[in-house]
Design a protein around this ligand. Structure first.
Ligand code: DGL
Length: 306
């Protein structure tokens, strides 16, 4: 049994491409439709109600395109409204918080994990609860870092501006001192985190700078790899995997009057939709995937009956 329909992947903007990249590595036969609501990003500084409404508009648009499963590649949407999505859709819906929390819980040795995320994600306490679920002995230090997403959305992934923003964003988790020599909330160096969880899918695009800022003794963990593994398992359990083999094409298999060849290659297709600037989106996507995914199209989201 197999299912050639695409997987729908959603984020407020380009951040979810970091999850898409891992999905493609892990499940290369799968087709995907990615939707970035770039015109309304960032979500992380919006109210829960807005995050929920905008996310549902985007997910509805993916469901209308006949996807077989939904990946909410946005921590903010996952944290605020994953339960609502699961009630609304008959499809399997995967979020990024639980996979990220599990990865961080496995990575820490001293049981001190720092989480950087958007204000809405931190407010929800989703990561705190999910990491505690994995191991109640882990101390979780969450810190909202609202300056980073707008830089990534603008395509600014390197240079002094983003270096300074990252340094300021992680400083409170590293036990640094302020000008008066006092430790910045909340950690003295003796109680340093050994693991930093990137609780926003935009942040892995800044991994090089983050690595420089936190030093070599802190493990940097994100949700992308763990989410891609969870998705592969979800597809397998639900018998939703794409057919992937060696000869012929999907079109050959479907032609009237022709027997389907014994082995059929379904060439996966990848479509990327954005509510924002197509060229800006393509520029970031190209940095991540090279020329491989040229198909970026504009999309409008309808308000719907919400
Ligand atoms: N990439 C999203 C996340 O993982 C949201 C960023 C935003 O729009 O604020 O939280």
């Amino acid at each position: 049994v197999s299912d050639p329909r695409p997987i729908g992947v959603f984020d407020s903007g380009v951040g979810g491409l970091t999850v898409l990249r891992e999905i493609l590595r892990r499940s290369p036969f799968e087709s995907t439709i990615y939707l970035g609501d770039n015109a309304r990003a960032p979500y992380g500084v919006r109210s829960d109600d807005e995050v929920r409404r905008f996310s549902i508009q985007a997910l509805d648009a993916l469901v209308r395109r006949n996807v077989k499963a939904l990946v909410v590649a946005c921590n903010t949407s996952t944290s605020v409204a994953l339960g609502d999505f699961r009630r609304r859709y008959d499809l399997p819906v995967l979020g990024v918080v639980r996979p990220g929390a599990a990865a961080a819980a496995l990575a820490t040795r001293n049981r001190r994990v720092g989480v950087i995320a958007t204000p809405a994600t931190v407010r929800s306490r989703a990561y705190f609860n999910a990491i505690k679920d994995e191991n109640p002995a882990i101390e979780v230090y969450e810190h909202a870092t609202p300056t980073l997403v707008p830089l990534v959305e603008a395509g600014i992934l390197s240079g002094p501006e983003v270096e300074e923003a990252v340094r300021v964003a992680v400083a409170p988790l590293l036990g640094e001192r302020n000008e008066d020599g006092e430790f910045i909330f909340p950690l003295p160096p003796s109680a340093r985190i050994d693991t930093l969880l990137l609780g926003c899918t935009h942040y892995p695009l800044l991994t090089g700078i983050l690595r420089y800022s936190v030093g070599d003794s802190v493990a940097i963990v994100d949700s992308a790899t763990a989410t891609a593994s969870s998705l592969a398992e979800l597809l397998s359990v639900n018998a939703l995997e794409a057919p992937g083999t060696t000869r012929g094409t999907a079109a050959d298999a479907g032609k009237a009057g022709h027997e389907a060849p014994a082995e059929v290659v379904i060439v996966p297709t990848h479509l990327q939709l954005t509510t924002g600037d197509v060229e800006l989106f393509r520029a970031v996507a190209e940095r991540m995937f090279g020329e491989a995914f040229p198909d970026v199209q504009p999309v409008e989201l309808k308000a719907g009956l919400l």
